[in-house]
Design a protein around this ligand. Sequence first.
Ligand SMILES: [Ca+2]
Length: 485
Amino acid sequence: MKPDLTWLIDPGITLMVGLGLITTVSCREQGHKEAPHSSEKPNILFIAVDDLRPELGCYGNSVVSSPNIDRLAESGIVFKRAFCNVPVSGASRASLLTGTRPTNYRFLNFNTWVDKDYPGATTLPQHLRKNGYYTVSLSKVFHNEGDSNGAWDAEWRPSGTGTWRNYLTSSNLAIDTTISRGMPFERADVPDSSYYDGKTTMKAIRHIRKLSQSGQPFFLAVGFLKPHLPFNAPEKYWDIYDPELIGIASNPNPPEDAPPQAIHTWGELRQYYSIPEKGPLTDSAANTLRHGYYACVSYTDAQIGLLLDELEKTGLAENTIVVLWGDHGWNLGEHGLWCKHCNFNTSLNAPLIFKAPGIKGGKECNSITEFIDIYPTLCELTGLPLPDHLEGESLVKRLKKPGRKEKDYAVCKFNNGVTLIDETLFFTEWYNKRDSAIANMLYDHDSDPGENVNLSKDQDYSQLVTSLSKTLKEKRGPAFLTQLN
Ligand SMILES: [Ca+2]
């Protein structure tokens, strides 16, 4: 077998496409009629998108095609300055779904289990279920299936031929299984329902139809796996884009004076076949990866559109809260970085959109928002009590008046680096095991939104750095140094 590596040279090349090897899931339920929901409690459609950065039409991006998320934004509130609390999947989800901050001892990596890291916390789905909600998890919501014991009435994940990387072409399946390093993307002429996310959508539609008849309020959590690597998407979503318009990152170099702790070697991407073990990508390779990422965003956007359509068709849209979030940002070549796993804005800023009954939509909120704020927001919107352990603040006031300035900071953590974000400043400090700062970086988004010049080494900023360091330790949470067990 000779893998096709021409994509490294010519971004316009189309890979060989094999016949779809996975049986497609068809959706043939017919004759469904509108049925108003009888419950007084609002339902919740909770959409988690893996590795989605806020490059969407409703976030002001003119290249990415996201008409369905934009449609949701027109009837909801777009949080422009929403930040994940940990820029890696499992930990971000565990933090969000417990409504608590990461610490030195919990929510550390992609493989986080809530039940191991914070067994005393009542998770959002556990809380809703205890209070009368029918809870469903489809595909990746928590990172690990079976986590958060007792959280779900129904839990399901898609499956198919091959590995979790979910290739459909014969050539890519062969690379993945014989070399154990899959290609970083796939462009295949297949129906949407061939890939896992299409199957998840069909499953979610069937659940919505059943739930519309149940009379019980529901929490339907749907996880989409794209645009997480590998960038596998049906060809028609690749065809939306002109590679020349996608280009490459405008700041492909590390920031001036950034400490070495700020930069990583994007090991997640280097695991893929055809990616060099060391050094930067060629411009054409970078362009193709960005093209694949955007194709996956548009593919996921189309699936989200089908869910929104189904809420309308079943009469559920009016009494259903819709929350859409990406679990963290992603670097597409900025600072020479790929993937997440860092403390730059590209890794921490992520999409968050809320649509709720009685909330006038089509507005933006520029107040700083953290993902730990989602849990208490849903409690307030559903009239449920707040569990004692929550560390976030409800966003309901901001939903009602998006211009309000409420919270004025966010704190995000990755490994031993912790970032304090305020109105314009992004300050990160790295700690040693004795909790002493060993490195830092500071960016002022007013003058440097791309974070290209670290100001923390500048003597003019030394007093500010001292002050921010003190504030960071105050804001990072009371449990930051508390060891579990
Ligand atoms: Ca993720």
